[in-house]
Design a protein around this ligand. Sequence first.
Ligand code: OFO
Length: 169
Amino acid sequence: MLSKKIEDAFNEQLNKELFSAYLYLSMSSWCDSQNLGGMAQWMRLQAQEELQHAMKFYDFVLDRDGRVSLSQVDTPKRDWDLPLTVFDEAYDHEKMITNSINDLVNLSFEEKDHAAVAFLQWFVTEQVEEEATVQRIADKLRMVEGDKVATLMLDNELSQRTQAGDEAE
Ligand code: OFO
C-alpha cells in the first residue's frame, strides 16, 4: 500500500512523463515542418519512450493498490528558431526530470517505502542516459551551426534510430 504522499508524488510524475511525451511530439512536428525528417523521427520515438515511462509509474501505482489520478497535461511550446534550440531545451527538460526523480527518491526514503526506492533506481539510471544522449546531439548541432550540409548529415544520422525502447538512442 502506498502512503498518500507517495501516491500523490507518483501521480504527479506520471503527469510529467506524459508532458515529456507531448513536448517531444511537438518538437518532432516542428522538426518535420523544417524538413528535418531524421530529427522528427528521433523526437517521435522519444515521445513514445516517454509514454513507456509514464506507464511504468501508472502500473507501479496500481500494483501497490494505489489510485491512479490523471490530471491535465500542459500545452507544450510549438515553435523554435533552430534545431539547436530544440535539443538544448530537451536537455534542460531532462535535467528538470532528473531533479524530479531525485526528489521522489528522497521522499521514498523519508516514507521508508523500500519498494518505491527500488522501483526508482531504474529511472535514476535512465536519466543519466537521457541527459547524455540529448546533450551529445545538442553539442553536435553546436559544432555544425550554420552549416546546412553538416546539419543534413546529422539529420540523416538521427534517422537511424528505430526504437522507442529503453536501449535505443
Ligand atoms: Fe522520462 O525521461 Fe525523459 O523526460
